[in-house]
Design a protein around this ligand. Structure first.
Ligand SMILES: Nc1ncnc2c1ncn2[C@@H]1O[C@H](COP(=O)(O)OP(=O)(O)OP(=O)(O)O)[C@@H](O)[C@H]1O
Length: 245
């Protein structure tokens, strides 16, 4: 369902030399999977995630989602295709001057939903994440876990087939992390939404993911299965990451 075909990304350093953040990578992520991207800091995890929805443009290769080639699209087509792809951020990225309900409504307004369809969809999404009671509150009045659940409701609102999550629980304590992971898992199971998630927390991969990619210095070392909460990594770096955990 998501095919990354030979994608790569370089950045230019201040001295004009080039730094490769993601080496040419081929990766297939199945519909309905919860797929992890793990690796040490600087491995290229966030860059790879942002290449999936073309927040970063790849230098080489193609990104195919549901057989649509995002890399071949013009801006208008890409805007349309991105409605299939929600995003959840480590620091939530909520609009502080909008209420919870207005935050969740935001992507629907941008996508041009008919006004009368927005309120019921917002109510539905807030119910899914357990925040119906907080609809009229502002982000500053919420706990970190509640803010992240608003972020998840916002990502879910346009009915995406894919949610990209960049360290969604890194700013949260262990108990709040558990409830946010349960929320993501429920969304995956109920709506068959594919979730691709960057995390440096092995426990998050163990609890949630079906498979995980292991990245190191911009290279995809392996794709490991997660079976009964055990990450079946074969590579040396994979073993090391698991030992350090
Ligand atoms: N916009 C940019 N310009 C220049 N270099 C960048 C840019 N974005 C990322 N990089 C570099 O690319 C490399 C990979 O970064 P990336 O954020 O993808 O890694 P990561 O695995 O997510 O790391 P972390 O766990 O620390 O967030 C890093 O060395 C980073 O400094």
């Amino acid at each position: 369902m998501i095919i990354l075909d030979n994608i790569s990304k370089k950045y230019q350093n201040r001295d004009k030399s080039w730094f490769t953040a993601v080496e040419p990578t081929h990766l297939t992520i199945e519909q309905g999977e919860i797929f992890g991207l793990m690796g040490y800091s600087g491995a290229g995890k966030s860059t790879l995630l942002r290449l999936i929805n073309l927040l970063e443009r790849p230098d080489t290769g193609k990104v195919l989602i549901d057989k649509q080639d995002l890399t071949a699209m013009n801006e208008a087509q890409l805007r349309q295709a991105r409605q299939q792809i929600g995003m959840v951020f480590q620091q939530f990225n909520l609009l502080s001057n909008r209420t919870v309900a207005e935050n969740v409504a935001f992507p629907l307004e941008i996508a041009g939903w008919q006004p009368e369809k927005i309120a019921p969809r917002v109510a539905e999404c807030l119910e899914i994440v357990g925040l119906t009671e907080r609809a009229g509150h502002y982000p500053a009045q919420l706990s970190g876990g509640q803010k992240q659940r608003v972020g998840i409701a916002r990502a879910l609102a346009p009915n995406p087939s894919v949610i990209l999550a960049d360290e969604p629980t890194s700013a949260l304590d262990p108990i709040t992390t558990r409830s946010v992971l349960a929320c993501l898992k429920e969304i995956n199971e109920r709506f068959n939404v594919t979730i691709v998630m960057v995390t440096h927390e092995m426990s998050v991969i163990r609890k949630l993911c079906h498979r995980t990619a292991l990245l190191h210095q911009g290279k995809l070392l392996e794709v490991a299965e997660v079976k009964d909460g055990v990450i079946l990594a074969q590579s040396e770096i994979g073993q090391e990451l698991l030992r350090d955990d």
